[in-house]
Design a protein around this ligand. Structure first.
Ligand code: GCO
Ligand code: MN
Ligand code: MN
Length: 389
């Protein structure tokens, strides 16, 4: 019996949001094209395609005006549906963008009542998540941003954001929820400019919090690409800082509208470097697909979309293994990494190391004349990706 090497298994930790496979295909120009699935139906679909986890916004599951009793019943029923379909709930998040009350943002809004409502709503999302076993709270600003910067000073917005995150960290601690907070940056949409436009911005913000140890980031491929940036570089900086708490995988053509394409659909080479990095460093968190099917699709197309995200990840993981094991590539990489002339190490500063460095005579011309075979290296990479190697 042959087994499909690209079949998703629980240890791959593939997760989808209720809002991703549940996306009915509405866009700014057109109405929904797919029937709205209930959370239970989505759990069944995710179980069928072989996902490991399902994530949710509070209101993907519990309507915003549900009574406490309705809330309890809905959450209990959903927990049972997840169990039935072999799914865990690793992450929850808060919808702070759909309701008109949040038209000027939530945590950064000028009206203190809106800010307080935002924090109250996030507490409610944390309660729901805790009941379902979630340990990661994603915080995406949604509408934390501006069309006109006349509305408030942007540093005040940052102070308000800090106040809210600090409060929610304490809420997690005092309820023993044990959440890790993953802050998700995005440069624009739905506002013209969002605060905290890049993962790097959040990495600068986190050390200013009361509980920086509880807070990391949730980089998203599409969001870095919307800003014209390199996702793998953003992820690497987060990883190196011990802050890669979650990841949103999808795809996005640079310079276009917010596309949320199937993982690897637009930039397979960028996706390859990302998967290679995650697998090489041993990232152990969820691989969450924050994407949705093309608007041309029905229910079967949504399954094709979800299977495609996971399959592409696993194919790229296999390509990464091939890349690392390829003798010609390894030799080339080792050669490119090798020093070409003796030089004093930089290392720890001391008077002696500084003197040694000041006095050293480099053959600068030889350094400039050295040829670096990155063309060959990249072509070998492309040949692996295109399947001829
Ligand atoms: C977007 C974001 C969202 C968030 C989600 C979780 O572009 O709309 O990526 O999908 O990830 O709201 O907070
Ligand atoms: Mn997004
Ligand atoms: Mn996202």
């Amino acid at each position: 019996m042959t087994t499909d090497p690209f079949e998703p298994r629980p240890e791959h930790k593939f997760s989808f949001g209720l809002w991703t496979v549940g996306n009915p295909g509405r866009d700014p120009f057109g109405d929904p094209v797919r029937p709205r699935l209930s959370p239970g139906e989505i759990a069944a679909l995710l179980g069928e395609v072989g996902a490991w986890g399902v994530n949710l916004h509070d209101n993907d599951l519990v309507p915003i005006d549900a009574t406490p009793a309705e809330r309890d019943r809905i959450v209990r029923d959903f927990g049972q549906a997840c169990e039935r379909h072999g799914l865990v709930v690793p992450m929850v998040t808060t919808n702070l963008f759909t309701d008109p009350a949040f038209k000027d943002g939530a945590f950064t809004a000028n009206d203190p009542a809106v800010r307080a409502l935002g924090v109250q709503k996030a507490m409610g999302a944390m309660d729901i998540g805790a009941q379902l076993g979630a340990k990661i709270l994603v915080m995406w600003g949604g509408r934390e941003g501006t069309e006109t910067d006349g509305c408030r000073r942007p540093d005040v917005a940052i102070q308000r954001l800090r106040e809210a995150v600090n409060f929610l960290c304490e809420y997690s601690i005092s309820n023993k929820y044990d959440y890790r907070f993953a802050l998700e940056a995005k440069p624009n949409e739905p506002r013209s400019d969002l605060y905290m436009a890049t993962t790097g911005a959040y990495l600068g913000f986190i050390p200013t919090l009361d509980h920086p140890e509880l807070v990391g980031v949730n980089p998203e491929v599409a969001h870095e690409h919307m800003a014209g940036l390199n996702m793998t570089h953003a992820v690497a900086q987060a990883w190196e800082a011990g802050k890669l708490f979650h990841i949103d995988l999808n795809d996005q053509v640079i310079g276009r509208y917010d596309q949320d394409f199937r993982f690897g659909a637009a930039n397979p080479k960028a996706a390859f470097w990302l998967v290679k990095f995650l697998e090489e460093v041993g990232y152990a968190g969820p691989r969450h697909f924050d994407a949705h099917a093309y608007r041309t699709e029905g229910l079967e197309g949504v399954k094709d979309f979800a299977r495609g995200c996971m399959r592409t990840y696993l194919i790229l993981k296999d390509k990464a293994v091939r890349w690392i094991a390829d003798p010609e590539i390894s030799e080339l990489v080792a050669e490119l990494d090798r020093g070409s002339q003796p030089s004093p190490p930089i290392g720890q500063y001391s008077d002696a190391t500084a003197r040694a460095l000041r006095e050293h005579r480099f053959d600068r011309q030889a350094l400039g004349a050295r040829e670096l075979a990155y063309e060959r290296l990249d072509q070998l990479t492309i040949e692996i990706l295109l399947g001829v190697r």
